[in-house]
Every structure is written in structure tokens, then in C-alpha cells.
Design a protein around this ligand. Structure first.
Ligand code: UDP
Length: 476
């Protein structure tokens, strides 16, 4: 008698409950599902509801019968705004609430578990799963360069680069992040480093989590070798088992187009997408529009919001601007001046949430004014669009420096929010330096697409990751 068929490996995927984290980990989950792996994706209740409503996630993943969602609480009441001000609370709730729910779920799985791919900012998973004999692979959703900078925080403290010594210290070169000596100034470090007191809770949390990642069986990063070579070679010295498999959205598109039958790539959007902006873009001349979006969690105060308004209007360029219902920080109310509204009616389009990947690939869009979130940065890289960067927090300070200084595909206006600077930089990327930036961005886009196509470095690394998972023994 033939032995019973061996079931495919079962992977539990566990992201931090935030748009950028869930978005890229869902893309990874889909890539693994296409390759025939069984997936359990752990989602927070809040995020799952929004994905059901706005991204039709259940229908999308119905194409994979072995794909399941499990829902657990992130600790917040369901209707809480979950803004970046609550970052530390998020991690405290992870410790006090989500951790236990995760452990209950993994201790009594409904099918044997081969491995866990956990968000690298949730390293409590490593010890716990280790006790059960289940390997954990860490996935960090930030750039390799930011991850490496966070990894080097103890070295920066030891060398005296940290703590920062106030505003006048911000342009000093940082010398204690190997491989990045020519890139990073103090102002380009992850925003958690901007504290005078090194016992700061968030700085401590991020540092500890990053160092503890070395205990994982392997590390996955959403980047590709040619994009962040210096940081990636340094990370390899600490993490020999490193899989650089990005840009994930481009990689997913490549694999979907070579799989048959091919489900379409999902938007994974937590907001209601307003497609009217595509109809508006269709009516604009080629390469005439600057697309403006600050991602899913950045909030602007009234001063910054007004400066962007005037800067965009005074640039004289056409613009498509995403202003989410919660884009203005709490307590920053006030009416938009009539003159701005009139100018916007003539050459602007404002929506609450855009289909960003599609917008960036639209022929009318010339450039992207962005907060430099890692997903947005990668989406712009793949679409070959130059960027003007206004980083807000976390890894964005590093990413914007890569754009302006390492890849030279745009400008970085970090730490300044002034209408004249906005006007000048928008006109530089759309006007006098347009060709220079567009050529560099086009070249980078080709490299990104090659990496994520058959025979490319990210494609090969994903194949290697899947082989590694297939060689693991499931626990029952
Ligand atoms: N996004 C979108 N429509 C919008 C604004 C953002 O689809 O109007 C998506 C964008 O494509 C990206 C994600 O939201 O995938 C934002 O992630 P990112 O890492 O750039 O920033 P975060 O929101 O985490 O700050």
C-alpha cells in the first residue's frame, strides 16, 4: 500500500497590527500560498474587519483553500483611532494581551505547525515557539538600512554618537554604523534615536527587539540586494540566514503572472478606496501631476497642513493629494482658505484614500511627495517615480536619506515644513531636474523588477526560503 501523501508545510504568519506591517506580510503570505504552502494568518480584529470591508480579503484568499485567518485582539477597543501617538501603548498591549492569545493559539493548533513567520518587532514569539520546538523566522517590514541602524544603536551609544546633543548636532555624520558612514547624519537616524535620555522606553524597546532577532532561525527583509547593498552585506555578518525577497508587491505580481490560473493581486487596503482620482488622472497630460500621500498613520498639524497647501498651490503644478479623514492631528481644526480651495478646484484632486500602486504607475503622474514609509518608497521605486520626501517618524528618516543621497532619485525635505521649500522642491523634481531624477528612477525601477522576476535575486531567495521551510519537520 502507498504511504499517505505528506501534507504541505503549515506556516503561521503573525504581523504587528498596523497597515504597513499587515500589507507586506499578507503579500508574503500570498507568495507562500501560491507555492502550495498552508497558511494561517493571524490578524487583529480591528484590521481584519477593515480588510473585509475595503479589500474583500476573504473572497481574495478563497482562491487558496489552505489559507486561513485567525483573529485575535490587539488590546484596543475596536473603534480606537490607533494613531502613532499610541505607539508605546500598542507594544504594552502586545505584552499584556496579544502575547497570551497568540500563545494559546499556537499551543493548540488545529493542524501541525511547520514554522512561524513572525513580525520581527514581536520577538516574544521566538522563545515561546522554541519551547514547543517550532522554528521562528523573523520578518522585518522596514528597510534593511533602518534595520541595520537600529541594530547598531548599542555601538552608537558606545562610540558617543548617541545620545544626540540637540538641534545643532543634527548635521553631524554618524560614524558608528558600519557600511553607512557616507550616508547617515544624526538627523537621518530612525526617529526613536531623537531622545536625550537613553533609557527612553521606545528606544529601549526597538533596540531590544532588533537585537533579539538574532535568536530567530532566519530573517526575511522586503528589499533586494542591489537596492541596499551596504546594509545588506553588514546584516549578513550577523544573520547568515538572510532572505531578501522584495519588493514584495512586484514579486507577487511576477509570480501571479507566471501561475495559472492567476488570482489578481490584492490592495490590502484598510480604507475605502476612492477610484474617482483615476478618472481625474486620465484627463491630465502625461507626467504633469505630483501625487501626494503621507501613508496610513501620519498626522499633520494645522501649520504643516497649511504649508503643504500653499506650497503645492504656489508650485503651479497639478496635484493629487490623499487627505485621510484622520490626517489632521487631534485639536488641529480650522477652515482651508478660499483661495486654496479655488486653486485646488482648477488643478488639484483630493481624495480620502487612493489606489496607490495604480496611481504611481499612471502615465499622468510624474513624481511622488511622500512620507517615506517603506511600502510607499518601494512602490515608487518599482513605478520609477522620483520622490520629494517628508519623513514623519520611525524608519522614514533613514529611507528618505536613501532616496536623496544613495539612490539620487529625489529630494529630502526632512525637518522642514515651509511653503517655499515645498514649492521649490516640487518644481525641481517636476521641472529643472526632472530628466536627471526620472533617468535615475527608471534605472532603479528596472533593477527592482529584475530582482523580483524569474532568475532575479529576490526570486531565487524566495525559492530558497520555501525549500528551507519544506525541509523543516512539522510538530503536532
Ligand atoms: N496607501 C494606499 N492609498 C493611499 C495611501 C497609502 O493604498 O491613499 C498604501 C500604500 O500603497 C502603502 C501603504 O498604504 O502600501 C502605506 O504604507 P507605508 O509603509 O508607506 O506607510 P505607513 O502607512 O506604514 O506609514
Amino acid at each position: 500500500m502507498d504511504p499517505p501523501p505528506v501534507p504541505p508545510p503549515h506556516v503561521i504568519i503573525f504581523p504587528l497590527a498596523a497597515q504597513g506591517h499587515v500589507n507586506s506580510m499578507l503579500k508574503l503570505a500570498e507568495l507562500l500560498a501560491i507555492s502550495g504552502l498552508r497558511i494561517t494568518f493571524i490578524n487583529s480584529e480591528h484590521i481584519h474587519h477593515r480588510l473585509l470591508r475595503h479589500a474583500h480579503i476573504q473572497a481574495h484568499f478563497a482562491a487558496f483553500p489552505d489559507f486561513r485567518f485567525k483573529i485575535i485582539s490587539d488590546g484596543f477597543p475596536i473603534d480606537h483611532p490607533r494613531s502613532p501617538d499610541h505607539f508605546m501603548t500598542t507594544f504594552n498591549y502586545v505584552k499584556s494581551i496579544t502575547k497570551q492569545l497568540f500563545e494559546e493559539l499556537v499551543s493548540a493548533p488545529d493542524r501541525p505547525v511547520t514554522c512561524i513567520i513572525a513580525d520581527g518587532i514581536l520577538t516574544f514569539t521566538i522563545d515561546f515557539a522554541g519551547d514547543l520546538g517550532v522554528p521562528v523566522i523573523a520578518f522585518r517590514t522596514i528597510s534593511a538600512s533602518s534595520f541595520w541602524a537600529c541594530f547598531c544603536i548599542p555601538r552608537m551609544i558606545e562610540s558617543g554618537d548617541l545620545p544626540l546633543k540637540g538641534d545643532e548636532d543634527m548635521d553631524r555624520d554618524v560614524t558608528s554604523v558600519p557600511g553607512m558612514e557616507d550616508i547617515l547624519r544624526c538627523r537621518d537616524l530612525p526617529s526613536f534615536c531623537r531622545v536625550a535620555d537613553l533609557s527612553d522606553q521606545l528606544l529601549q524597546y526597538v533596540t531590544t527587539q532588533t537585537l533579539q532577532t538574532t535568536a530567530a532561525r532566519a530573517l526575511i527583509l522586503n528589499t533586494f540586494d542591489q537596492l541596499e547593498g551596504p546594509a545588506i552585506s553588514q546584516i549578513r555578518t550577523q544573520f547568515p540566514n538572510l532572505y531578501t525577497i522584495g519588493p514584495l508587491h512586484s514579486h507577487l505580481r511576477s509570480r501571479l503572472s507566471s501561475s495559472s490560473p492567476s488570482p489578481s493581486s490584492a490592495s490590502n487596503s484598510l480604507w475605502k478606496v476612492d477610484r474617482s482620482c483615476i478618472a481625474w488622472l486620465d484627463k491630465q497630460p502625461p507626467k504633469s501631476v505630483i501625487y501626494v500621500s503621507f501613508g496610513s498613520i501620519t498626522t499633520l498639524n494645522r501649520h504643516d497642513f497649511t504649508e503643504f497647501w500653499y506650497g503645492l498651490v504656489n508650485s503651479g503644478r497639478r496635484f493629487l493629494w490623499v487627505v485621510r479623514p484622520d490626517s489632521l492631528a487631534e485639536g488641529s481644526s480650522g477652515a482651508v482658505p478660499e483661495e486654496l480651495k479655488e486653486a485646488a478646484a482648477e488643478r488639484g484632486c483630493i481624495v480620502g484614500w487612493a489606489p496607490q500602486e495604480e496611481v504611481l504607475h499612471h502615465g499622468a503622474v510624474a513624481a511622488f511627495l511622500t512620507h517615506s514609509g517603506w511600502n510607499s518608497t518601494l512602490e515608487s521605486v518599482v513605478a520609477g517615480k522620483p520622490m520629494v520626501c517628508w519623513p514623519f517618524f520611525a524608519d522614514q528618516q533613514v529611507n528618505s536619506r536613501l532616496v536623496s543621497h544613495a539612490w539620487k532619485v529625489g529630494l529630502d525635505m526632512k525637518d522642514v515644513c515651509d511653503r517655499e521649500v515645498v514649492e521649490r522642491m516640487v518644481n525641481e523634481v517636476m521641472g529643472e531636474r526632472q530628466e536627471e531624477f526620472a533617468a535615475a528612477a527608471g534605472d532603479l525601477a528596472r533593477r527592482a523588477r529584475n530582482a523580483a522576476s524569474e532568475g532575479g535575486s529576490s526570486w531565487d531567495n524566495l525559492d530558497r526560503l520555501i525549500e528551507d521551510i519544506r525541509s523543516m519537520k512539522p510538530t503536532s
